[in-house]
Ligand binder design. Sequence first.
Ligand code: DNO
Length: 396
Amino acid sequence: MSMIKTWRWYGEHDNVSFSDIKQAGVSDIVTSLSHVPYGEVWSKDDIQKRKKLIENNGLKWFVTESVPIHEDIKTQTGNYKQFIENYKKSIENLGASGIKIVCYNFMPIMDWTRTNINYKLENGASTLRFELIAFAAFDLFILRRENAEKDYTKDQVSSAKNYFEKLNDDDIESLTEVLIANLPGTDEKYTMAEFKNALDRYKHIDVKKLKEHLNYFLSEIIPVAEKAGVKMCIHPDDPPYPILGLPRIVSTSEDVNDLLSSVESPNNGLTFCTGSFGVRADNDLPKMFNRFADKVHFIHLRSTFRDTSGNFQEATHLGGDVDMYAVIKNIVIEQNRRKQEGREDHAIPMRPDHGFQMMGDLEKNFYPGYSCIGRMKGLAELTGLEYGIEKSLNLN
Ligand code: DNO
């Protein structure tokens, strides 16, 4: 009753083939219809077409990541009511096609954020890194966000200034590109002007208001998800704290508790992402998993090293600051508990999240973090750890 091993696949232009994925020891694909514009309905035809393609290649599909939430819904402006209706239709169509788990996020404007998507390690591999001073340099001196200096200490502002002064035009362009023009993991692109407009829409939206908007969304969506047999599972903020003055509402245990209890339902659940939550030293991951275990419908496993200056960097899956042994042990115990209860969903889908770009993959192009060999190495390590834990508990 091990976790279900899944693999995120970005569609036909993904450089990782179905054959690679099967050889990695994976049974299920996690994917999204990224060609459908944000806010529009995912039609049954489109969903079926993707499903057939996956099944014809010997794999299965029952988790989607993500069905994106239109900015109008997050800000409750413009066409948000229509977009919520469209979202409901997508959920119904997904449920009817056997796609029963829907991962989504409620981060304003930007999904996950890094300042360097090609950070070279001594051994030649590359990883993803977030450097606070680089980010501050962008915020203060490239974006020139109004009142941005209030979000940093005096020392940080002066380090960011030094950092900025050393950047040449190409450096500025690539920092901007990685932060706004080419948001990692999505096909959304903003120009600087569009990005500033997007930020402006949040001027009067604080944490409290954004939480209200999420609660409203959930109160509309969850009853539909219940009927369709779909489990919604929100992805945490990455990084798990406010950036660019934007509110963030899925960063801590209390945040998760708020949103899960705003609409009590087994269909209102969580994607437990150790990499995102793990960037905060005050997030005790094994404890958090246990607190919400009942409603964890999807798991992302990876780890980061963080320092005390606000920087973090993605580590090997068993390295870094995440106590992966304790997390997986709690997952194994939860799965067993569900099995004893007779729950059908006792095996929780997981995917190895991100991975180094390494070996033969260094010459290829991938969505940042989503190379083949690095993720496969992560999957192998995590599977071995899970196997050992199950064995020691006499559960396999
Ligand atoms: C990053 C991913 C996120 C995630 C979305 C879910 O690697 O985990 O982009 O897919 O936040 O909506």
